[in-house]
Design a protein around this ligand. Sequence first.
Ligand SMILES: *[C@@H]1O[C@H](CO)[C@@H](O)[C@H](O)[C@H]1NC(C)=O
Ligand SMILES: *[C@@H]1O[C@H](CO)[C@@H](O)[C@H](O)[C@H]1NC(C)=O
Length: 996
Amino acid sequence: MSSPNHELGEKSPSHRPYALNLRQYRFSTLAICLSIAAATTLLVYLPIQWGLVGALPGPNFSVRQEPYHNPFVFDATAKGIVLSRCAEFRATPIPPHAFHLREKSDRYESSTNATLIRNGVIFTGKDNGTDIVRGDILLDKGVIRGLGKISRRVLDSIENLATVDAKGGWVTPGLVDLHTHLGVLSTPILAGAIDFNSAKGPILPYLRTIDGLNTHDAAYELAMAGGVTSAQILPGSSNAIGGQAFMIKLRKPRDRSASSMLIEPPYNLRLPDSDDPGDDAPFRWRYLKQACGENLIGYGNRMDSMWSYRSAYAEALKIKLAQDQYCARAEEGLWDMLDGPLPDDPRWEMLVDVLRGKVKISSHCYEAVDLDAMVRLSNEFQFNIASIHHASEAYLVPSLLKQMWGGVSSVAIFATNHRYKREAFRGSEFAARILADEGIPVVMKSDHPVINSRYLIYEAQQAHYFGLPPGLALAAVTSTPAATAGLSHRIGVLEEGFDADVVLWDSHPLQLGATPRKVWIDGILQIPVPLKSGEENHVQIGRGKEGDKWQQVPDTPNWDLERNLTIAWEGLPPLEGRNTEKTILFTNVKEVWQSSLNGRTARIFAARQNSGRADNSELGSVLVGEGKIICAGYACANVRIDAVTKDLCGGSISPGLMTFGSPIGLEEIASEPSTADGKSYDAFSQDVPRIMGDSGAVVRAMDGLMFGTRNALTAYRSGVTLAISSLARPIYLSGPDAHIISGLSVVFRTGAAHSMQRGAVIQEVAALHVVMGNPYPTSRGVSVSTQIAAIRRLLYGWESTETETGAWFKKAAEGVVPLVIEVDSLDIMANLLRLKLDVEDKIGSRMRMVFSGATEAHLLAKEISDADVGVILNPIRSFPMAWDQRRILPGPPLTNDTALVTLLSHGVVVGLGIRSAWEARNTRFDVKWAALESNGRISDEEAYTLVTDNLVDLLGIRGIGDDMNDLVAFEGGSMFDLASKPIAVISPVRGSVDFF
Ligand SMILES: *[C@@H]1O[C@H](CO)[C@@H](O)[C@H](O)[C@H]1NC(C)=O
Ligand SMILES: *[C@@H]1O[C@H](CO)[C@@H](O)[C@H](O)[C@H]1NC(C)=O
């Protein structure tokens, strides 16, 4: 997780772990000095206390189960065990000899039929993502048996061969998500299954995520539906060393166990049915999670964290040196000099393995200061860190990263999820490309459930959009994370002898909305999900993406200038545009959209098709003066006005988009209180101060509004010119701090400098907002029935209208202002529909009710439509994060319909929302994606209204006509194209144009 979630897990850091550990360590070595009898007693009891046979004298600890031997009597067997352990210390993890000649995977489930995928365009993941093979791919016994041209002889030898025609579609390795909390923070999140952060100290190398891996996480299937087949399961990041991580495959194994999900489990896990690895078995990689920076605040500051690291590794180093000395004597045959067991300690053995180079470490560290500390730590103790995660400032210090002991690490980042905390403030969308330019391996990751692992490919798509070369962008979610995990001999790459984890896509995987048609893991079909009845599951995928264009790598804009400015300004380049009042002639325009008189937005110009041109269209031009369109079409170039010409290269002009649902404009950095509006009063959980004189403490977001935040300006530069903000946050995100009565929303212009600027505030009060839902998983919050009882009373008009609460609820009851309710549960929505009828009956009114969130609304679409209630889906792509969101309609490839399609087909007025301010910039992609996953049932025009006209209707926003709304000029394509780039905002209110 990217930030410490204090609600999720009690915080009672013990500040004495060192004292404790040191004592125990001395305890076990002390045994050497005790009399044999006493030592024997200790040796028998200690392991029992520790719950680990491994605490027994060395030989038995890490590898094989042997009969108990008294190590002090070095008979031949005991000597053999010591010597083999000493040899093991030196072994480096490598794949078994001739691994790729195997005919059967160790993960093969018997009776799996072989599959031949014919006629694919195969991205193999090799050669930095540049190797593409056209042909077939044969999956047999969990392994890739052939790739490219497969001989008839091989095919004829296989029984029950299933054949799939890829029809020239893209085939990639199953995606590898290097950073997830799948299974240890399972969804829907319930208090009984939060197993990712321990609060028991800063250094916990002995904890193991496999011990908490829930096999019923709803997210496994969703992630597979996004093409993810393997994932690293990391502990949380509120400890310096949070514990051991594990690499898993997401499919449910036949025995339904967590252990069988593991890829090459380390031998010391002692799986019940694992084969004895034998003396020659190569050591397998182990995985460890480390963290830096502000998440460790429970155990002190950055200086404290580094001391906790250094003291822990010093302890491990002592043991390692003692072992090495012991082994040197044993190997020289000086048994007489050894009067005790091989030194070892279950608390430190993991770190000893780190020092022996047997562990792939993932370090969650953001800032230059933290990266520097990690590089020093790695050099002080001489171990490598395999990947730095989040790493918001890695792109600013590439030469520092290259000084990591053992070579440069890969860097695992988000594409556009930045600025949510101070450490991430300088995060950049150009980071992936800059790191790649420096030759540093880039991994894109989800940090699931921070980002739904299902959309890992979207991270790669965005990185590509902002300049990462296509091969590296796909490698960033396949071969690069596999290599980082030390597993590139079997996953993340398609080649003979590799695991049969394969995705067949409906378009080029870097196209927006790319969706897997089929996903195999270990050669077993996972997507489409086989029906329990055994019948084939038909889900329509890829309609609306016919045509060659979708099978090509999407064109992307040139961002060289922005990339360089980002480095020059250390991540904080100025975001304001360059304003001009000059008249501008935009040339080579493909389309122009404008609001029409009836308030709907429509194309007013579309380039004529002209077979003479390569792209078949005859482009027009648009003349803009005083912030208004004077002329659009083919005749504008002839208007005799002095104008500056700007070539849009097949671009477009359209009204700016609107964002709803995040605290944009009410905060700069989400987790920094001093950068935000601050805390207000929730009348349900505390007494409202008498000075307010208002029992419900209704506040106006307008009063806390800030302009010029980086999220607002980034949204502005991305074509999102208007924002609606309120203090409403759903309970599952705000925890015990939820504001049931969350006050009044404001509509403002994202590009304005301050609230007194002309046109900065569109509407001071838009709607009244309340939040309803089941309590937060780990707190006994206010009951749903109490929430509804209070809202009923207020809507009945039983509160004095002399107060803000009484006055605004009266207006809501009378339908003067919309009542927007954050709600996800089917049952609560149904009860709210009943409440609405009841209030309308009593007051004789027609309320304007809107459900926001509304994850389960598709189950009540008809009733919602009949009640004339609007819906703002938020998030746009549903995810069952909380219990009252569990019944999602996930869309293709799992279901034909999405929640959006279902609601629209019932005539519900729908808008789309976001939860976090950084997401506002992605609005145009979110909307296009929603259209793409509708299988052609939502047109671009309809999609557009979801974040413009429909939000205006639902929130009762007045006065946004052509003379008010900004227009956005896109270069190189329409607003929805990955090839396009917003380059200017045309503002009628200010009578000018902002160029970026
Ligand atoms: C991949 O790119 C890295 C960094 O530029 C380079 O060092 C390496 O040689 C490349 N590998 C291949 C197989 O091209
Ligand atoms: C394998 O193929 C055979 C023949 O088509 C079929 O009867 C059998 O059910 C298949 N097995 C599995 C596990 O799908």
